[in-house]
Design a protein around this ligand. Structure first.
Ligand code: FAD
Ligand code: NAP
Length: 543
């Protein structure tokens, strides 16, 4: 890496013009770096954190783990890597996933191309020179002919905006920015706001340690038991012997998960007894594959109701206090918000040291010196946890102040919701690519499958550019408009469209409601991307 030279005294300028600057060193950025080096490009990765791993670097809250099985939530690009690495659990813990990310960085010698502790906050295109200029919060400057945003879809945390945060005398933490040395809950009274996937994982673990845990729920979420367990050496050996088939099946699966087992029939085409048996089988198997039991759970209200009611009954069977069980039983369609997978989530509400509160009947007014003030009460806490999610899909990109051709701002272009060609590229922003951007299957899939597909597509595109002696590629506005319309149309046919989820940006006040990921599934998306590449990048202007 070229050293930074002091420019006018205040700016530190890296004088090299890199072929590609990648922002982000999570699984997306790491693999992008690896593949671009393979085709001989000079790459610099800029990363805000002090280490690799992205999601798994930041989300160190108790209980954090993946909910796509580890044998599949891992890179497939290197057979040596997948054969040598051993996962401990069906769904491995955050520390183990982070260890894996570090192993990958070392094994493929990636670190020397990554500049850590560098948060990018300005990105602008110099049309004359056809290069991107990136600036960091500490005033450093970097230049690249291409720019790849591997900044993550769930990386920009939803900052707590509750009044009185400064007055609160206790400690408070955000799940997505958890302290590296952990938090000791022993003997502490703890409040947690939010009941999404992060909270569902954290609550059972914190409840075991804390003196008392109070959960503030706004919307009840569906959660399926993860049925997590250590992986036996026999299982690992068996999967490894079939890895290439498993990875091929993952690519052919809508969600990018070979073990997903999609049901082909309508939930309404079978008898009640048969349906119950299938739901029960999947419940016992555990994990988010539950809603794949029938083909129409995601599209038909009546079919959806059968699956939702099954889970509601399970909650009522599990939670002893009727009032708590009813509060925990979700009323919206199942799978509309991201389905959770848990270990003892509902059981935890049977503990004497756990209280569930409904913020709809007693809204949170803000924080006060002692804890959380609701309309009717003041709850005293030693620790408050915000498990309130992320400004998903667009937050990280928009926070970088990206300026494209002729001074256009991504923030302005996206003021009515994100527009992107394939979730890979935006009109007006030449030579820039996004990994798992809005308009791609991304968060509706095993992200590893989607990341690998995007990285390989971008690698091939840049190889094509270099081989052809081309210097600029830009999505055509019409192609982008047509794809964005298609994404919206596909989503409109699903029940996912119908509730206030982060998929539609409803968790962030003022964010335009638009369904951001592509809901058409990985195989059709991949086919479209491949066809575009094969037709000399149809829908792009190349010069
Ligand atoms: P990230 O891992 O988010 O990495 C982005 C990186 O970019 C970060 O390191 C960040 O610091 C950096 N960055 C962002 N902006 C800037 C900037 N301006 N300047 C410099 N650096 C910047 N997906 C699944 O498929 N299965 C799962 O089981 C699963 N579990 C999850 C659990 C949690 C708690 C969360 C939050 C997400 C989970 N996801 C899961 C989604 C997960 O985000 C992806 O699987 C994957 O890790 C994303 O990798 P990425 O490299 O695209 O983004
Ligand atoms: P989330 O799903 O957005 O959940 C945030 C929670 O906070 C919701 O219950 C939300 O309620 C609540 N909330 C937000 N603002 C609030 C407010 N002002 N007052 C009261 N409650 C408020 O976020 P997340 O749990 O961090 O998960 C985000 C995504 O990350 C997941 O969907 C998943 O894709 C991924 N993830 C995966 C795993 C895993 O199991 N592998 C674990 C964690 C995260 P509403 O529902 O009413 O908005």
């Amino acid at each position: 890496m070229t050293s930074l030279k002091s420019d006018s005294g205040s700016t530190l300028k890296d004088t090299s013009v890199y072929d590609v600057i990648v922002v982000g060193a999570g699984f997306g950025g790491m693999y992008m770096l690896h593949e671009l080096r393979k085709i001989g490009l000079n790459v610099l990765v800029l990363e805000e954190a002090t280490g690799v791993g992205g999601t798994w670097y930041w989300n160190r809250y108790p209980g954090a783990r993946c909910d796509v099985e580890s044998m599949e939530y891992s890179y497939s690009f290197s057979d040596e890597l997948q054969q040598e690495w051993n996962w401990s659990y069906r769904f491995s813990t955050q520390p183990e996933i982070l260890e894996y990310a570090n192993h990958v960085a070392d094994r493929f010698d990636l670190r020397k191309h990554i500049k850590f502790k560098t948060r990018v906050n300005s990105v602008s295109y110099e049309s004359g020179e056809k290069k991107w200029l990136l600036r960091s919060t500490s005033g450093e400057e970097f230049q690249g002919r291409y720019c790849v945003m591997a900044t993550g879809t769930l990386s920009s945390v939803n900052e707590p905006k509750f009044s009185g945060l400064d007055e609160y005398k206790g400690d408070w933490y955000i799940t997505g920015r958890w302290p590296h040395d952990g938090v000791d809950f022993s003997g502490k009274t703890v409040g947690i706001i939010g009941t999404g996937s992060s909270a569902v994982q954290a609550i059972p673990v914190i409840a075991k340690q804390a003196k008392h845990l109070t959960v503030f729920q706004r919307t009840a979420n569906y959660s399926i038991p993860a049925k997590n367990r250590p992986l036996s050496s026999f299982e690992i050996k068996d999967i490894k012997s079939r890895y290439s088939d498993i990875r091929r099946e993952a690519k052919a699966n809508r969600a990018g998960i070979a073990s997903m087992e999609p049901g082909l029939n309508s939930a309404l085409s079978v008898s009640e007894a048969e349906r119950y048996e299938e739901y029960q089988r999947r419940w016992e198997e555990g994990g988010t594959g539950f809603t794949a039991a029938y083909s129409d759970i995601g599209t038909d209200d009546d079919a959806n109701f059968t699956a939702a009611e099954f889970v509601r009954d399970k909650i009522r069977e599990t939670v002893i206090k009727t009032e708590t069980a009813e509060l925990l039983a979700p009323t919206n369609t199942i799978g509309c918000k991201r389905l959770c997978a848990d270990t003892d989530y509902y059981e935890t509400y049977n503990r004497n040291n756990v209280t569930l509160l409904d913020v709809n009947t007693d809204p949170i007014k803000g924080l006060v010196e002692e804890g959380v003030q609701t309309e009717n009460n003041v709850f005293k806490f030693d620790i408050v946890i915000f498990a309130i999610g992320f400004d998903a899909m667009t937050g990280a990109l928009l926070s970088m102040n990206i300026t494209g051709k002729e001074g256009i701002q991504l923030r302005d272009i996206w003021s009515d919701g994100p527009q992107s060609y394939l979730g890979l590229s935006m009109a007006g922003f030449p030579n820039m690519f996004t990994i798992t951007g809005p308009g791609s299957p991304s968060v509706l899939s095993n992200m590893m499958t989607s990341i690998e597909q995007h990285v390989e597509w971008i690698r091939d595109c840049l190889h094509y550019m270099e081989m052809g002696g081309y210097t600029e590629i830009e999505a055509k506005a019409l192609a982008e408009e047509s794809w964005t319309g298609h994404v919206e149309e596909i989503a409109g046919n699903t029940l996912r469209y119908t509730c206030n989820s982060w998929y539609v940006g409803a968790n962030i006040p003022g964010k335009k409601r638009i369904f951001m990921p592509y809901a058409g599934g990985i195989p059709s998306y991949r086919e479209k991307c491949d066809q575009i590449a094969a037709s000399d990048y149809e829908g792009f202007d190349i010069s």
